[in-house]
Design a protein around this ligand. Structure first.
Ligand code: ARG
Length: 434
């Protein structure tokens, strides 16, 4: 290859229309040499060899397709599972989790190829632009980012297609896909098109990883998931790398219609959007992990961690994977996972996932203490004294200030109460009706 005096840009390349147009556009309009990089994080339909060749055919000076699936599973998804990572209690963060790792690779590639720029194909309305740029700048603040699609947001799809045709960019001959899709090992995100009407039911054709519950098998399917220090390590007793476990579990859970999500989500940039996801393995693994934590973590840690988990999910959603707070929370979470080792048994059935058993050598659940039957070791007499002390502050308050429900009444209600104007009934009922 002849060496060129042009500056280089490393492009996060998916092979789709937008980033294909970008391969050409960065050369023609920006005068840059393009290095196209396609990261395999477990996308459903991707012939990466073909994608790489396509970039070279359009004049990229170099192209790479990188299989990042094991790294994604072992370095990123293990942390997400340990953190029970669910944004707004629902979305297992699949796009938010892949972007930091892809960004880190882009930075590495920029250094390797001597590029001053990194380009991505995100729009100006979504979260992914935030995640790419925040991650890139957290690793190397000197790199400059180009986001052509954000600048083209004013272009119509037709104008983009015209530009592509005029510059020999192969455009799909099939009708434009009506949805915006992002997918990886942890699930699949589907947006746009008819889904933008928040009242319309998601059409059947958006789902590809999950069977419709109405078509799912009539018999339940049981699985046993083994965990070691908070990381899934086995499926039905067979130990396997997390990557293989997730692929297999996506198949089992998806066939049983488990993992569909339809939600209104709060984007980083302040817009609410209607999002559909299918997350068969991720939701099952997080559900099983939570079940094991409830057995292996002490009461205080379990409760405190749920707040940490939520903060972790918000940071990751907001593109702050490479931030000091996120790192610190990872350390906290890792510390809590030392004894989250054991097995969870569960059933998939027509779109549901139900934990039916859990066991651990580190279980804090003691049948002898919990039982109402034979072999009870719990000393009931100790409850009496404990309740006296537990209720002491409430008693003291009540003796000094009066019963605390009075303080929960509004000023107006208190006046009514004091002047006897309150309606018939006890103060408790009038306070409760406030
Ligand atoms: N709303 C999700 C998120 O921000 C999914 C984004 C998916 N991206 C896409 N290009 N469809 O994490």
């Amino acid at each position: 290859m002849a060496s060129s005096s042009k500056e280089k840009v490393v492009l996060a390349y998916s092979g789709g229309l937008d980033t294909s147009v970008m391969v050409k556009w960065l050369q023609v309009e920006k005068g840059l040499d393009v290095v196209a990089i396609c990261c395999n994080v477990g996308q459903e339909s991707q012939d990466l060899g073909w994608v790489k060749q396509k970039a070279l055919d359009m004049g990229a000076v170099a192209a790479e397709s990188v299989d990042m699936r094991s790294e994604y599973a072992d370095q990123i998804l293990t942390k997400a599972i340990a953190a029970n990572g669910l944004y707004e209690g629902t979305y297992p963060l699949l796009s938010a989790l892949s972007r930091p790792m892809i960004s880190a690779y882009m930075v590495e590639a920029a250094h390797h190829h001597g590029a001053a720029y990194i380009a991505h194909g995100c729009t100006g309305k979504g979260n992914d632009q935030v995640r790419f740029e925040t991650s890139i700048h957290a690793i190397d603040p000197t790199l400059r980012v180009i986001a052509p699609v954000r600048d083209w947001d004013l272009l119509t799809r037709e104008q983009e297609m015209d530009w592509a045709a005029a510059h020999d960019v192969p455009v799909p001959t099939t009708a434009d896909k009506p949805y915006s899709i992002d997918d990886n090992l942890f699930g699949r995100a589907i947006e746009c098109g008819v889904l933008e009407d928040a009242w319309s039911e998601p059409p059947a054709d958006i789902w590809t990883m999950t069977t419709d519950p109405e078509d799912a098998p009539d018999a339940p399917c049981e699985v046993t998931l083994g965990f070691e220090r908070g990381t899934p390590v086995s499926l039905d007793g067979t130990e396997m790398p997390l990557l293989d476990l997730i692929i297999e579990l996506n198949g089992i859970a998806g066939a049983n219609a488990f993992g569909r999500i339809d939600m209104i989500e709060d984007r980083v940039i302040g817009i609410k959007s209607r999002e559909c996801y299918e997350c068969p393995a991720s939701l099952a693994l997080i559900g099983a992990h939570q079940a094991l934590e409830s057995m292996c973590l002490d009461h205080d840690t379990l409760h405190y961690k749920s707040g940490i988990d939520q903060r972790w999910a918000n940071l990751v959603y907001d593109g702050l994977w490479f931030s000091p707070l996120k790192n610190a929370l990872d350390s906290f979470i890792a510390n809590t996972q030392r004894f989250v080792t054991g097995e969870v048994r569960a059933k998939f059935y027509k779109g549901t996932f139900t934990v039916t058993g859990r066991r651990s050598d580190y279980s804090l659940y003691s049948r002898e203490l919990a039982t109402y039957g034979h072999g009870d070791l719990f000393d009931r007499s100790s409850s009496k004294g404990w309740i006296t002390l537990h209720s002491l502050p409430s008693q003291t308050w009540s003796l000094s200030q009066g019963p605390s429900y009075v303080q929960s009444m509004s000023a107006h209600e208190v006046r009514q109460f004091e002047t006897g104007e309150a309606e018939q009934g006890t103060p408790a009922t009038s306070a409760a009706s406030a």
